[in-house]
Design a protein around this ligand. Sequence first.
Ligand SMILES: [Zn+2]
Length: 99
Amino acid sequence: MSTADAAESATESATEEPERDGTGEPIRCEYCGRRFAESDLLALHRGLAHAGRLTDGEREAFETAYAGEEEGLRLFRLKALLALMALYFLLLFAYSIFG
Ligand SMILES: [Zn+2]
């Protein structure tokens, strides 16, 4: 699953159930009007859906949000790998003791 897919699924769920930011105003994309629960999700959406017409500040926000998403995915992969290794050895020991 790519980062783009993750961002897209995140933005879809954000659109179904729009929440409000701390300001009390829903966050809307100024290009297409979609609503987002978090400003990071809006930044990712702008970078993916409106990449051609971003301002410098919006591009910077997209790159920051994208880097944060990459870091989150990297940590998730690491945790998933560790969990798989733990399960593997658990089953191996269980087989050697009870098998
Ligand atoms: Zn948009």
